[in-house]
Design a binder for this molecule. Structure first.
Ligand code: NAI
Length: 330
């Protein structure tokens, strides 16, 4: 596979963590050819477009992107650039693995992969004014439900996972979530040897905090998957650690689960590890497993020695110092 990668550093803490991640990738010998482009407010300020044509052309051409976080204004302003990219390239899978790190995570028994549907649900952004307020459309279709649920079972089969749990609220949303659940039950029947169960989303939140060791692969409509994966990030040590891959049949965009963290942007204290984990998922996707394993073992050494941890992990190193120590351990 080609070594071309579209690099979208985003905004907020995006530029600083992207810089650290690229340093580590280069030091590890990933041998990638980066094509850097703007997105979001940074792009808008330069050319009046949130996702410029040349950014789209580059993703079309190279098919793989590493993306820093992008700010989406709350309550007003433009549609999320992340959601737009996911819809544009039909990146229907949002894959978010999270595993406990000895000595770092609050919970030592977590090894969960969230498979979140990435194109439907409330994220289609169809809101309209009604008398006295607004209403938003939650879209769940059989086709999109089936492809994400199949992806979850295929992932479980391929990676030797034992169980897939469907998250829903079909007791209240009998038609939309009811459809997601019924498709899950139909598809589950085709995968002998993989346990299938389902949980209502509110119960699932409690289960994950009380008994995370009971869960393996989770599959969820967009909104529940978004919320649950942040909860699971908290179980393993916070948003500074967890990555996500947006995967379609033609292109894939790798990123951190966290956002642009405006509260700490520019202070140099952001943890680059979540984006680095996203970059490792990208290396695996590109067939460079040896490089991602080398990076992961260096990261493990740094996390175990605890001498260069960033503030979110209880240390006082800057993001650059943390990255420098990973490079030293490579
Ligand atoms: P956030 O994830 O940016 O921050 C939540 C908390 O986690 C903050 O206290 C922040 O300081 C901390 N945090 C996040 N990343 C960290 C890191 N690498 N190291 C250390 N601490 C870290 O969530 P928030 O504040 O709700 O969203 C900020 C903006 O990001 C919003 O505009 C939102 O729309 C956008 N966003 C973008 C995403 C993306 O580009 N994929 C994903 C999530 C949010």
């Amino acid at each position: 596979m080609s070594s071309d990668v579209v690099l979208l550093e985003g905004d907020g803490i995006g530029p600083e963590i992207t810089k650290s991640v690229v340093r580590i990738l280069d030091a590890a010998g990933a041998d990638l050819k980066y094509h850097a482009f703007d997105i979001g407010q940074t792009a808008f300020d330069k050319c009046g477009k949130l996702i410029p044509e040349e950014t789209l052309d580059a993703i079309n051409e190279f098919k793989v992107a590493l993306k820093g976080p992008v700010t989406t204004p709350v309550g007003k302003g433009f549609r999320s650039v992340n959601v737009s990219l996911r819809l544009k390239y039909d990146l229907y899978v949002n894959l978010r693995p999270a595993k406990s790190i000895p000595g770092i995570s609050k919970f030592q028994n977590v090894d969960i992969v969230t498979v979140r549907e990435n194109t439907e649900d409330l994220y289609i952004g169809e809101e309209k004014e009604i008398a006295g307020g607004f209403e938003a459309i939650k879209r769940i279709t059989e086709k999109s439900s089936e492809r994400i649920i199949r992806y979850a079972f295929d992932y479980a089969k391929k990676h030797g996972r034992k169980k897939v749990t469907c998250i829903h609220k079909a007791n209240i949303l009998k038609k939309s979530d009811g459809l997601f659940l019924s498709v899950f039950e139909k598809v589950a029947g085709e995968y002998q040897g993989i346990e299938a169960d389902s949980k209502i989303v509110d119960n699932m939140c409690m289960q994950l905090v009380m008994y995370p060791e009971k869960y393996d692969v989770l599959v969820a409509p967009n909104l529940y998957g978004d919320i649950i994966s942040d909860l699971i990030a908290g179980l393993v040590g916070g948003l500074g650690l967890v990555a996500g891959a947006n995967i379609g049949s033609d292109a894939a965009i790798f990123e951190a689960v966290h956002g642009s963290a405006p509260d700490i942007a520019g202070k140099g204290i952001a943890n680059p590890l979540a984006l680095l984990n996203g970059a490792c998922m990208m290396l695996d996707h590109m067939g460079k497993r040896d490089v991602s394993s080398r990076i992961q073992s260096a990261v493990s050494k740094v996390l175990q020695s605890k001498t260069h941890l960033t503030q979110d992990l209880g240390g006082n190193a800057t993001g650059e110092q943390f990255a420098g120590e990973i490079i030293r351990c490579l």
